[in-house]
Ligand binder design. Structure first.
Ligand SMILES: Cc1cc2nc3c(=O)[nH]c(=O)nc-3n(C[C@H](O)[C@H](O)[C@H](O)COP(=O)(O)OP(=O)(O)OC[C@H]3O[C@@H](n4cnc5c(N)ncnc54)[C@H](O)[C@@H]3O)c2cc1C
Length: 463
Protein backbone atom coordinates (compact mmCIF):
# COMPACT_ATOMS: atom_id res chain seq x y z
CA UNK A 1 0.00 0.00 0.00
CA UNK A 2 1.37 3.47 -0.84
CA UNK A 3 2.32 5.82 1.97
CA UNK A 4 -0.48 8.32 2.84
CA UNK A 5 0.27 11.77 1.54
CA UNK A 6 -0.67 14.42 4.08
CA UNK A 7 -1.02 18.09 3.20
CA UNK A 8 -1.20 20.82 5.82
CA UNK A 9 -2.49 24.09 4.33
CA UNK A 10 -1.23 27.33 5.91
CA UNK A 11 1.90 27.79 8.05
CA UNK A 12 0.52 29.99 10.83
CA UNK A 13 0.64 28.64 14.41
CA UNK A 14 -2.15 26.13 13.67
CA UNK A 15 -0.52 24.70 10.55
CA UNK A 16 2.91 24.63 12.19
CA UNK A 17 1.61 22.76 15.23
CA UNK A 18 -0.30 20.33 13.05
CA UNK A 19 2.70 19.67 10.79
CA UNK A 20 5.06 19.24 13.74
CA UNK A 21 2.71 16.83 15.53
CA UNK A 22 2.21 14.75 12.37
CA UNK A 23 5.93 14.79 11.60
CA UNK A 24 6.83 13.77 15.17
CA UNK A 25 4.54 10.77 14.75
CA UNK A 26 6.44 9.79 11.60
CA UNK A 27 3.71 10.88 9.18
CA UNK A 28 5.96 13.23 7.11
CA UNK A 29 3.42 15.89 6.01
CA UNK A 30 3.96 18.66 3.48
CA UNK A 31 3.31 22.11 4.91
CA UNK A 32 1.99 24.33 2.13
CA UNK A 33 2.24 28.11 2.59
CA UNK A 34 1.44 30.91 0.16
CA UNK A 35 3.82 33.34 1.81
CA UNK A 36 7.62 33.11 1.68
CA UNK A 37 7.93 32.74 5.44
CA UNK A 38 6.00 30.92 8.17
CA UNK A 39 3.85 32.53 10.86
CA UNK A 40 0.74 33.89 9.15
CA UNK A 41 -0.76 36.60 11.36
CA UNK A 42 1.89 35.65 13.90
CA UNK A 43 4.84 36.38 11.61
CA UNK A 44 7.36 39.16 12.11
CA UNK A 45 8.32 41.43 9.24
CA UNK A 46 11.97 42.41 9.02
CA UNK A 47 12.77 45.77 7.42
CA UNK A 48 16.32 47.15 7.47
CA UNK A 49 17.10 45.34 10.73
CA UNK A 50 13.91 46.62 12.37
CA UNK A 51 11.32 43.97 13.34
CA UNK A 52 7.55 44.52 13.22
CA UNK A 53 4.65 42.27 14.21
CA UNK A 54 1.34 42.02 12.43
CA UNK A 55 -0.03 43.89 15.44
CA UNK A 56 1.85 43.30 18.70
CA UNK A 57 1.59 39.67 19.77
CA UNK A 58 1.60 38.85 23.46
CA UNK A 59 2.33 35.23 24.32
CA UNK A 60 -0.11 34.44 27.09
CA UNK A 61 -1.75 31.08 27.62
CA UNK A 62 -3.59 29.02 30.20
CA UNK A 63 -2.40 25.87 28.47
CA UNK A 64 0.62 24.16 30.09
CA UNK A 65 1.24 22.41 26.78
CA UNK A 66 1.49 25.65 24.81
CA UNK A 67 3.68 27.25 27.46
CA UNK A 68 5.96 24.22 27.31
CA UNK A 69 6.20 24.44 23.50
CA UNK A 70 6.94 28.18 23.60
CA UNK A 71 9.69 27.66 26.12
CA UNK A 72 11.18 24.54 24.45
CA UNK A 73 11.30 26.32 21.10
CA UNK A 74 12.52 29.71 22.36
CA UNK A 75 14.72 28.79 25.33
CA UNK A 76 16.35 31.93 26.72
CA UNK A 77 14.97 34.02 23.88
CA UNK A 78 11.49 33.99 25.44
CA UNK A 79 11.37 37.25 27.35
CA UNK A 80 9.04 38.11 30.18
CA UNK A 81 7.78 41.62 29.52
CA UNK A 82 6.00 44.06 31.83
CA UNK A 83 2.78 45.30 30.25
CA UNK A 84 2.00 48.95 29.95
CA UNK A 85 -0.95 50.09 27.84
CA UNK A 86 -3.31 53.03 27.82
CA UNK A 87 -6.42 54.26 26.07
CA UNK A 88 -6.47 57.54 24.14
CA UNK A 89 -9.91 59.15 24.28
CA UNK A 90 -11.13 62.76 24.24
CA UNK A 91 -7.55 63.99 24.02
CA UNK A 92 -6.53 62.19 27.22
CA UNK A 93 -4.74 59.00 28.15
CA UNK A 94 -6.32 56.49 30.54
CA UNK A 95 -4.55 53.48 32.02
CA UNK A 96 -5.69 50.15 30.62
CA UNK A 97 -6.52 47.73 32.21
CA UNK A 98 -8.74 50.39 33.75
CA UNK A 99 -7.79 51.68 37.19
CA UNK A 100 -10.93 53.19 38.67
CA UNK A 101 -9.31 56.24 40.27
CA UNK A 102 -7.28 57.05 37.17
CA UNK A 103 -10.34 56.58 34.94
CA UNK A 104 -12.64 58.69 37.10
CA UNK A 105 -10.01 61.43 37.53
CA UNK A 106 -9.51 61.54 33.75
CA UNK A 107 -13.22 61.85 33.13
CA UNK A 108 -13.68 64.79 35.53
CA UNK A 109 -16.18 64.91 38.42
CA UNK A 110 -19.39 65.39 36.39
CA UNK A 111 -18.79 62.64 33.84
CA UNK A 112 -17.37 60.37 36.57
CA UNK A 113 -20.59 60.81 38.60
CA UNK A 114 -22.67 60.01 35.51
CA UNK A 115 -20.63 56.87 34.82
CA UNK A 116 -20.96 55.70 38.42
CA UNK A 117 -24.71 56.37 38.43
CA UNK A 118 -25.19 54.48 35.20
CA UNK A 119 -23.01 51.62 36.50
CA UNK A 120 -25.07 51.48 39.73
CA UNK A 121 -28.31 51.44 37.72
CA UNK A 122 -27.02 48.60 35.56
CA UNK A 123 -26.10 46.56 38.66
CA UNK A 124 -29.63 46.93 40.05
CA UNK A 125 -31.18 45.31 36.97
CA UNK A 126 -30.55 41.76 35.76
CA UNK A 127 -27.56 41.22 33.42
CA UNK A 128 -28.90 41.08 29.85
CA UNK A 129 -28.60 37.73 28.17
CA UNK A 130 -29.21 39.46 24.80
CA UNK A 131 -27.52 38.34 21.63
CA UNK A 132 -25.78 41.64 20.93
CA UNK A 133 -22.61 43.19 22.35
CA UNK A 134 -24.21 46.57 23.08
CA UNK A 135 -26.87 45.29 25.46
CA UNK A 136 -24.58 42.64 26.98
CA UNK A 137 -21.92 45.20 27.89
CA UNK A 138 -24.26 48.04 28.95
CA UNK A 139 -26.11 45.77 31.33
CA UNK A 140 -22.83 44.83 33.02
CA UNK A 141 -20.89 48.10 33.02
CA UNK A 142 -23.57 50.76 32.61
CA UNK A 143 -24.21 52.57 29.35
CA UNK A 144 -21.92 55.53 30.00
CA UNK A 145 -18.86 53.49 30.92
CA UNK A 146 -19.55 51.22 27.97
CA UNK A 147 -19.81 54.19 25.62
CA UNK A 148 -16.66 55.79 26.99
CA UNK A 149 -14.34 52.82 27.22
CA UNK A 150 -15.61 50.11 24.89
CA UNK A 151 -18.02 51.24 22.18
CA UNK A 152 -15.89 53.37 19.87
CA UNK A 153 -12.93 51.00 19.90
CA UNK A 154 -15.09 47.93 19.34
CA UNK A 155 -16.79 49.64 16.40
CA UNK A 156 -13.39 50.52 14.93
CA UNK A 157 -12.25 46.92 15.16
CA UNK A 158 -15.39 45.39 13.67
CA UNK A 159 -16.71 48.13 11.41
CA UNK A 160 -20.31 47.53 12.49
CA UNK A 161 -22.46 49.03 15.27
CA UNK A 162 -22.11 47.18 18.59
CA UNK A 163 -25.82 46.38 18.36
CA UNK A 164 -25.03 44.18 15.33
CA UNK A 165 -22.07 42.44 16.95
CA UNK A 166 -22.76 39.14 18.67
CA UNK A 167 -22.28 38.98 22.43
CA UNK A 168 -20.22 35.80 21.80
CA UNK A 169 -17.26 38.10 21.31
CA UNK A 170 -17.80 39.74 24.69
CA UNK A 171 -18.22 36.38 26.34
CA UNK A 172 -14.91 35.20 24.91
CA UNK A 173 -12.99 38.42 25.39
CA UNK A 174 -14.42 40.52 28.22
CA UNK A 175 -15.59 37.68 30.42
CA UNK A 176 -13.00 38.20 33.17
CA UNK A 177 -13.44 41.97 33.32
CA UNK A 178 -15.16 43.27 36.44
CA UNK A 179 -15.29 46.78 37.81
CA UNK A 180 -15.55 45.37 41.34
CA UNK A 181 -12.30 43.44 40.84
CA UNK A 182 -10.61 46.54 39.39
CA UNK A 183 -11.61 48.58 42.45
CA UNK A 184 -10.30 45.86 44.80
CA UNK A 185 -7.01 45.82 42.88
CA UNK A 186 -6.72 49.61 43.03
CA UNK A 187 -7.19 49.61 46.79
CA UNK A 188 -5.03 46.54 47.50
CA UNK A 189 -2.50 46.23 44.67
CA UNK A 190 -0.70 42.88 44.46
CA UNK A 191 2.92 42.70 45.62
CA UNK A 192 5.51 42.73 42.81
CA UNK A 193 6.07 38.96 43.04
CA UNK A 194 2.33 38.27 42.68
CA UNK A 195 1.79 40.11 39.44
CA UNK A 196 -0.46 38.11 37.19
CA UNK A 197 0.48 37.27 33.62
CA UNK A 198 -2.04 39.80 32.33
CA UNK A 199 0.31 42.42 33.76
CA UNK A 200 3.25 40.63 32.20
CA UNK A 201 3.51 38.45 29.15
CA UNK A 202 6.01 36.39 27.24
CA UNK A 203 7.49 37.63 24.02
CA UNK A 204 10.14 36.19 21.71
CA UNK A 205 13.24 38.38 21.61
CA UNK A 206 12.75 39.13 17.89
CA UNK A 207 8.97 38.94 17.80
CA UNK A 208 6.48 36.08 17.33
CA UNK A 209 7.88 35.30 13.88
CA UNK A 210 11.10 34.15 15.53
CA UNK A 211 9.08 31.50 17.36
CA UNK A 212 7.28 30.51 14.16
CA UNK A 213 10.54 30.18 12.22
CA UNK A 214 12.06 27.99 14.91
CA UNK A 215 8.89 25.91 15.20
CA UNK A 216 8.90 25.40 11.42
CA UNK A 217 12.52 24.34 11.62
CA UNK A 218 11.65 21.84 14.35
CA UNK A 219 8.84 20.43 12.16
CA UNK A 220 11.32 20.14 9.29
CA UNK A 221 13.83 18.30 11.46
CA UNK A 222 11.03 15.97 12.54
CA UNK A 223 10.32 15.13 8.91
CA UNK A 224 7.88 17.74 7.54
CA UNK A 225 8.50 19.16 4.09
CA UNK A 226 8.18 22.97 4.19
CA UNK A 227 6.88 24.46 0.96
CA UNK A 228 6.75 28.27 0.90
CA UNK A 229 5.52 30.44 -1.97
CA UNK A 230 2.88 27.81 -2.79
CA UNK A 231 -0.68 29.22 -2.87
CA UNK A 232 -3.48 26.65 -2.72
CA UNK A 233 -5.56 27.31 -5.84
CA UNK A 234 -8.13 24.51 -5.76
CA UNK A 235 -9.18 21.58 -3.64
CA UNK A 236 -10.42 18.76 -5.86
CA UNK A 237 -13.04 16.32 -4.64
CA UNK A 238 -13.65 12.88 -6.03
CA UNK A 239 -16.73 11.30 -4.54
CA UNK A 240 -16.87 12.05 -0.84
CA UNK A 241 -13.16 12.72 -0.40
CA UNK A 242 -10.54 15.30 -1.30
CA UNK A 243 -8.37 13.62 -3.94
CA UNK A 244 -5.88 16.38 -4.77
CA UNK A 245 -4.97 20.01 -4.34
CA UNK A 246 -3.79 22.38 -7.07
CA UNK A 247 -0.81 24.49 -5.99
CA UNK A 248 0.59 27.58 -7.65
CA UNK A 249 4.20 28.66 -7.74
CA UNK A 250 6.20 31.86 -8.21
CA UNK A 251 6.45 31.39 -12.00
CA UNK A 252 2.68 31.10 -12.43
CA UNK A 253 2.81 27.32 -12.77
CA UNK A 254 0.16 24.96 -11.41
CA UNK A 255 0.92 21.58 -9.89
CA UNK A 256 -1.56 18.85 -8.99
CA UNK A 257 -0.73 17.21 -5.66
CA UNK A 258 -2.61 14.01 -4.87
CA UNK A 259 -3.30 13.54 -1.18
CA UNK A 260 -4.82 11.14 1.29
CA UNK A 261 -5.56 13.73 4.03
CA UNK A 262 -5.82 17.51 4.09
CA UNK A 263 -5.47 19.68 7.21
CA UNK A 264 -6.64 23.18 6.38
CA UNK A 265 -5.94 26.35 8.36
CA UNK A 266 -6.57 28.75 5.46
CA UNK A 267 -9.67 30.97 5.86
CA UNK A 268 -12.78 28.82 5.83
CA UNK A 269 -14.50 31.05 3.26
CA UNK A 270 -11.51 30.76 0.90
CA UNK A 271 -11.46 27.00 1.35
CA UNK A 272 -15.15 26.67 0.44
CA UNK A 273 -14.56 28.80 -2.66
CA UNK A 274 -11.71 26.53 -3.80
CA UNK A 275 -13.57 23.21 -3.58
CA UNK A 276 -14.38 21.56 -6.94
CA UNK A 277 -16.94 20.41 -7.79
CA UNK A 278 -18.43 23.27 -5.77
CA UNK A 279 -20.44 22.67 -2.60
CA UNK A 280 -24.27 22.80 -2.75
CA UNK A 281 -25.84 26.29 -3.20
CA UNK A 282 -27.10 26.32 0.40
CA UNK A 283 -23.48 26.03 1.62
CA UNK A 284 -22.25 28.72 -0.77
CA UNK A 285 -25.06 31.03 0.35
CA UNK A 286 -24.23 30.41 4.02
CA UNK A 287 -20.55 31.02 3.31
CA UNK A 288 -21.35 34.36 1.66
CA UNK A 289 -22.90 35.45 4.98
CA UNK A 290 -19.57 35.05 6.80
CA UNK A 291 -17.09 37.87 6.58
CA UNK A 292 -13.67 38.89 7.84
CA UNK A 293 -12.26 42.23 8.80
CA UNK A 294 -8.92 43.11 7.21
CA UNK A 295 -5.96 44.75 8.91
CA UNK A 296 -3.20 47.20 7.96
CA UNK A 297 -0.18 48.00 10.02
CA UNK A 298 1.72 51.12 9.02
CA UNK A 299 5.23 50.69 10.37
CA UNK A 300 7.15 53.88 11.04
CA UNK A 301 10.80 54.39 11.86
CA UNK A 302 11.72 57.56 13.76
CA UNK A 303 15.11 59.09 14.19
CA UNK A 304 14.90 59.72 17.92
CA UNK A 305 15.29 57.20 20.70
CA UNK A 306 12.72 58.46 23.18
CA UNK A 307 9.03 57.94 22.82
CA UNK A 308 6.01 57.00 24.93
CA UNK A 309 6.46 54.36 27.67
CA UNK A 310 3.69 51.93 26.66
CA UNK A 311 3.92 48.67 24.74
CA UNK A 312 0.80 49.83 22.95
CA UNK A 313 -1.96 52.44 23.08
CA UNK A 314 -5.60 51.80 22.21
CA UNK A 315 -7.02 54.71 20.25
CA UNK A 316 -10.71 54.97 21.13
CA UNK A 317 -11.02 58.54 19.85
CA UNK A 318 -13.43 58.24 16.90
CA UNK A 319 -11.83 61.18 15.08
CA UNK A 320 -8.55 59.22 14.72
CA UNK A 321 -8.80 56.63 11.94
CA UNK A 322 -6.55 53.97 13.46
CA UNK A 323 -7.23 51.76 16.48
CA UNK A 324 -3.90 51.00 18.11
CA UNK A 325 -0.26 52.08 18.16
CA UNK A 326 2.59 49.71 19.04
CA UNK A 327 5.99 50.78 20.32
CA UNK A 328 8.25 47.83 19.54
CA UNK A 329 11.26 48.78 21.65
CA UNK A 330 9.01 48.40 24.69
CA UNK A 331 8.22 44.81 23.65
CA UNK A 332 11.87 43.90 23.19
CA UNK A 333 14.93 46.10 22.76
CA UNK A 334 16.12 43.63 20.09
CA UNK A 335 13.25 44.66 17.78
CA UNK A 336 15.15 47.88 17.04
CA UNK A 337 18.78 47.92 15.84
CA UNK A 338 19.87 51.18 17.45
CA UNK A 339 19.02 53.25 20.50
CA UNK A 340 18.67 56.25 18.22
CA UNK A 341 15.64 54.73 16.50
CA UNK A 342 12.03 54.32 17.59
CA UNK A 343 9.73 52.00 15.64
CA UNK A 344 5.96 52.33 15.85
CA UNK A 345 3.21 50.21 14.30
CA UNK A 346 -0.02 52.06 13.56
CA UNK A 347 -2.95 49.66 13.21
CA UNK A 348 -6.03 50.09 11.04
CA UNK A 349 -9.01 47.73 11.08
CA UNK A 350 -10.69 47.88 7.69
CA UNK A 351 -13.02 46.20 5.24
CA UNK A 352 -12.28 45.65 1.57
CA UNK A 353 -14.61 48.48 0.49
CA UNK A 354 -13.04 51.07 2.86
CA UNK A 355 -10.87 53.58 0.94
CA UNK A 356 -8.04 53.00 3.44
CA UNK A 357 -7.68 49.36 2.33
CA UNK A 358 -6.56 50.47 -1.14
CA UNK A 359 -4.88 53.74 -0.13
CA UNK A 360 -1.37 54.41 -1.48
CA UNK A 361 1.34 53.38 0.94
CA UNK A 362 2.95 56.85 0.99
CA UNK A 363 -0.39 58.41 1.91
CA UNK A 364 -0.93 55.88 4.71
CA UNK A 365 2.52 56.70 6.08
CA UNK A 366 1.94 60.44 5.86
CA UNK A 367 -1.50 60.37 7.50
CA UNK A 368 -0.36 58.07 10.29
CA UNK A 369 2.63 60.26 11.10
CA UNK A 370 0.56 63.47 11.08
CA UNK A 371 -1.96 61.92 13.45
CA UNK A 372 0.72 60.60 15.84
CA UNK A 373 2.23 64.08 15.93
CA UNK A 374 -1.16 65.59 16.73
CA UNK A 375 -1.66 63.06 19.56
CA UNK A 376 1.73 64.02 20.99
CA UNK A 377 3.16 60.52 20.52
CA UNK A 378 5.91 61.14 17.94
CA UNK A 379 7.11 64.32 16.19
CA UNK A 380 6.56 64.20 12.43
CA UNK A 381 9.90 65.89 11.74
CA UNK A 382 11.71 62.87 13.25
CA UNK A 383 10.11 60.41 10.81
CA UNK A 384 12.74 58.65 8.75
CA UNK A 385 10.62 56.23 6.71
CA UNK A 386 7.64 53.94 6.80
CA UNK A 387 5.85 51.14 5.00
CA UNK A 388 2.52 49.35 5.18
CA UNK A 389 1.64 45.68 5.54
CA UNK A 390 -1.89 44.71 4.48
CA UNK A 391 -3.42 41.51 5.80
CA UNK A 392 -6.73 40.16 4.54
CA UNK A 393 -9.06 38.04 6.69
CA UNK A 394 -7.52 39.01 10.02
CA UNK A 395 -10.68 39.03 12.15
CA UNK A 396 -13.70 36.70 11.75
CA UNK A 397 -16.70 38.99 12.23
CA UNK A 398 -19.15 37.67 14.82
CA UNK A 399 -22.21 39.42 13.43
CA UNK A 400 -25.47 38.74 15.29
CA UNK A 401 -26.80 35.50 13.77
CA UNK A 402 -23.45 34.33 12.35
CA UNK A 403 -23.66 30.93 14.02
CA UNK A 404 -26.36 29.56 11.77
CA UNK A 405 -24.46 30.05 8.47
CA UNK A 406 -21.22 29.03 10.18
CA UNK A 407 -22.75 25.74 11.31
CA UNK A 408 -24.04 25.08 7.78
CA UNK A 409 -20.53 25.54 6.40
CA UNK A 410 -18.86 23.52 9.17
CA UNK A 411 -21.36 20.65 8.78
CA UNK A 412 -20.61 20.49 5.07
CA UNK A 413 -16.82 20.56 5.52
CA UNK A 414 -16.99 17.98 8.29
CA UNK A 415 -18.89 15.66 6.00
CA UNK A 416 -15.69 15.31 3.95
CA UNK A 417 -13.95 12.49 5.82
CA UNK A 418 -10.34 13.28 4.92
CA UNK A 419 -10.59 17.06 5.43
CA UNK A 420 -9.57 18.35 8.88
CA UNK A 421 -9.98 21.96 10.00
CA UNK A 422 -7.84 24.03 12.33
CA UNK A 423 -6.92 27.61 13.14
CA UNK A 424 -8.45 31.00 13.61
CA UNK A 425 -9.70 31.79 10.11
CA UNK A 426 -9.79 28.04 9.38
CA UNK A 427 -12.49 27.52 12.01
CA UNK A 428 -13.86 31.08 11.97
CA UNK A 429 -12.98 31.56 15.63
CA UNK A 430 -11.64 34.75 17.17
CA UNK A 431 -8.67 32.93 18.69
CA UNK A 432 -5.28 33.90 19.96
CA UNK A 433 -2.19 32.12 18.72
CA UNK A 434 -2.14 29.64 21.62
CA UNK A 435 -5.64 28.42 20.81
CA UNK A 436 -4.82 28.29 17.11
CA UNK A 437 -1.77 26.21 17.96
CA UNK A 438 -3.89 23.88 20.12
CA UNK A 439 -6.40 23.48 17.32
CA UNK A 440 -3.58 22.37 14.98
CA UNK A 441 -2.35 19.85 17.55
CA UNK A 442 -5.93 18.67 18.07
CA UNK A 443 -6.51 18.11 14.36
CA UNK A 444 -3.28 16.13 13.99
CA UNK A 445 -3.98 14.01 17.06
CA UNK A 446 -7.57 13.27 16.10
CA UNK A 447 -6.28 11.95 12.77
CA UNK A 448 -3.47 9.95 14.38
CA UNK A 449 -5.97 8.40 16.77
CA UNK A 450 -8.14 7.64 13.73
CA UNK A 451 -10.99 9.69 15.17
CA UNK A 452 -13.39 11.25 12.74
CA UNK A 453 -12.17 14.85 12.76
CA UNK A 454 -15.40 16.44 13.87
CA UNK A 455 -17.57 17.26 15.71
CA UNK A 456 -15.21 15.87 18.35
CA UNK A 457 -12.44 18.19 17.16
CA UNK A 458 -13.73 21.34 18.80
CA UNK A 459 -14.38 19.49 22.01
CA UNK A 460 -10.83 18.12 22.02
CA UNK A 461 -9.27 21.48 21.28
CA UNK A 462 -11.33 23.83 23.37
CA UNK A 463 -12.19 21.63 26.33
C1 LIG B 1 -3.66 42.49 14.91
C2 LIG B 1 -3.59 41.17 15.59
C3 LIG B 1 -3.05 41.06 16.86
C4 LIG B 1 -2.98 39.82 17.50
N1 LIG B 1 -2.46 39.75 18.75
C5 LIG B 1 -2.28 38.55 19.33
C6 LIG B 1 -1.65 38.44 20.60
O1 LIG B 1 -1.28 39.44 21.24
N2 LIG B 1 -1.44 37.19 21.11
C7 LIG B 1 -1.84 36.07 20.46
O2 LIG B 1 -1.59 34.96 20.95
N3 LIG B 1 -2.50 36.14 19.28
C8 LIG B 1 -2.73 37.34 18.71
N4 LIG B 1 -3.36 37.44 17.50
C9 LIG B 1 -3.97 36.23 16.92
C10 LIG B 1 -2.97 35.34 16.22
O3 LIG B 1 -2.26 36.07 15.25
C11 LIG B 1 -3.75 34.23 15.54
O4 LIG B 1 -4.56 33.57 16.49
C12 LIG B 1 -2.88 33.17 14.90
O5 LIG B 1 -1.90 33.71 14.07
C13 LIG B 1 -3.79 32.25 14.08
O6 LIG B 1 -3.01 31.22 13.57
P1 LIG B 1 -3.55 30.35 12.37
O7 LIG B 1 -2.48 29.39 12.04
O8 LIG B 1 -4.89 29.84 12.69
O9 LIG B 1 -3.80 31.37 11.18
P2 LIG B 1 -2.85 32.37 10.42
O10 LIG B 1 -1.83 32.91 11.31
O11 LIG B 1 -3.80 33.33 9.75
O12 LIG B 1 -2.15 31.46 9.32
C14 LIG B 1 -2.83 31.02 8.19
C15 LIG B 1 -1.81 30.81 7.09
O13 LIG B 1 -2.48 30.34 5.92
C16 LIG B 1 -1.85 30.92 4.80
N5 LIG B 1 -2.76 30.88 3.65
C17 LIG B 1 -3.95 31.54 3.51
N6 LIG B 1 -4.47 31.27 2.29
C18 LIG B 1 -3.63 30.40 1.69
C19 LIG B 1 -3.64 29.75 0.43
N7 LIG B 1 -4.62 29.92 -0.45
N8 LIG B 1 -2.60 28.93 0.13
C20 LIG B 1 -1.58 28.72 1.01
N9 LIG B 1 -1.52 29.33 2.21
C21 LIG B 1 -2.53 30.15 2.55
C22 LIG B 1 -1.55 32.34 5.26
O14 LIG B 1 -0.56 32.95 4.43
C23 LIG B 1 -1.10 32.10 6.69
O15 LIG B 1 0.29 31.92 6.77
C24 LIG B 1 -3.48 38.66 16.85
C25 LIG B 1 -4.02 38.77 15.57
C26 LIG B 1 -4.09 40.00 14.94
C27 LIG B 1 -4.70 40.11 13.58
Amino acid sequence: MSRPSLLVLGAGPAGLACADALASAGAAPSLIERDLQPGGLCRTVRYKDCYFDIGGHRFLSDSPEVNAIWSEVMGEDLLRVRRRSRIFYQGRFFDYPLRPLNALAGLGPVEAARCLASYAASRLGPAAMGEDFDSWMSSRFGRRLFETFFKTYTEKVWGIPCSQLSSDWAQERVRGLSLGRAVRKALWPPAAGERSLSEEFYYPRRGPGQFCERYAERARRNGALLEYGRPVLSVLREGERVAAVLLGDARGGVERRDCSEVFSSIPITALVGKIHPPPPPSVLEACARLSFRHFITVNLIYEHGESFPDNWIYVHAPEVPFGRVQNYRNWSADMVPSERLTTLGVEYFVSAQDPIWSMEESELVRRSAVELDRMGLAPHRALREGFAVRVANAYPVYRVGYREPLNTVLDYLRSIPNLHLAGRAGLFRYDNSDQALLSGLGAARAYLRKERPSPALEEVVYA
